[in-house]
Design a protein around this ligand. Structure first.
Ligand code: SF4
Ligand code: SF4
Ligand code: SF4
Length: 291
């Protein structure tokens, strides 16, 4: 019988292969860098670097990453009864994106706590309620602790957990949030149809299949878009922008036309049925590229 069980230290947190910087060297995503409260992640010329010694394992970066690239960090386990989060609470307040997942995934509508004891949590709930109002969703309340929660002694807490306190985490990342909030969209497409040459680069790079190029149309499905911005990064003519704005779910369809350029006689694609010169010939002086 083995006297010792060898245990490995937990793997350090880091940024994995699916980081957008590993997919497109020109990508400028800094979503995780922006939300880290202790600057444990720093932007570099290539993939962001995560300093494991500084990291608090708070999990904020998990909720903003469009490609679930953060590794070896777990979302905080929290406790709840019915539709209310209860003590014990984390010292560092949760981010709005995490609370939004509690709202959708576990039907939480309140936090039971002493407001003076957790000012960070009060701010987090206030920020969440602003977001919930934008979404036309019911807002959260802060409830005074009930008797059993006031007595946060371990014995009493164990007694409560035996009865009705449950513990759980929520799903992480923008993809999970899109699935949880599938009735609305958070990102809107702005397409400059005069500039777009229907090259399809944006549709090929879109990992969420929010953009697609089919026979006859470029299509955008707002419910799938995670706002990763890869489409804008690869567009050769700056024709596409993604704006962060809550709205109704919709599928936009932009029909395109195949034409033959009257100057160079080459086939080209355009959203304007009246155009008779391709984008390249339009950039040249009249007649320079005539066949
Ligand atoms: S878990 Fe928290 S502290 Fe660690 S890198 Fe992510 S945001 Fe920063
Ligand atoms: S449409 Fe653009 S921003 Fe939205 S998921 Fe696709 S590539 Fe990312
Ligand atoms: S928006 Fe840009 S990348 Fe997408 S099809 Fe048009 S030109 Fe190509």
């Amino acid at each position: 019988m083995a006297l010792f069980r060898l245990t490995h230290p937990p793997a350090p947190p880091g940024v994995g292969e699916s980081c957008l910087h590993n997919q497109l060297s020109r990508h400028d995503c800094e979503a995780c860098v922006a939300v880290c409260p202790v600057q444990a992640i720093t932007a570099t010329a290539t993939t962001p670097t995560l300093n494991a010694l500084d990291c608090l394992r708070c999990g904020r970066c998990l909720f903003v990453c469009p490609t679930d690239a953060l590794q070896n960090i777990r979302p905080e386990t929290r406790h709840y009864t019915a539709s209310t989060l209860v003590a014990p609470f984390s010292t560092l307040e949760p981010c709005v994106d995490e609370l939004l997942m509690w709202h959708q995934q576990h039907g939480i509508r309140a936090v039971e706590m002493e407001m003076e004891a957790f000012p960070g949590w009060v701010r987090a709930v206030a920020a969440l309620n602003i977001r919930l109002r934008e979404l036309n969703a019911p807002v959260w309340q802060i409830l005074p602790p009930q008797q059993k929660a006031i007595n946060a002694g371990r014995r009493h807490f164990i007694k409560a957990s035996e009865t009705d306190v449950q513990s759980a985490t929520v799903n992480i990342g923008r993809r999970a949030r899109r699935q949880a909030l599938s009735a609305i969209s958070e990102y809107q497409l702005l397409l400059d149809r005069a500039q777009c040459t229907v090259c399809g680069a944006c549709t090929r790079v879109c990992g969420e299949k929010a953009l697609s190029l089919s026979e006859g149309a470029l299509t955008f499905s707002s419910s799938s878009c995670t706002g990763c911005n890869s489409c804008a990064v690869v567009c050769p003519v700056d024709a596409i922008r993604i704006e962060e704005r809550v709205g109704e779910n919709m599928t936009l369809r932009f029909p395109w036309h195949q034409k033959t350029c009257r100057c160079c006689q080459r086939a080209f694609y355009t959203f304007n049925a009246e155009t008779d010169r391709c984008a390249i010939c339009q950039r040249h002086q009249y007649g320079m590229r005539e066949a």
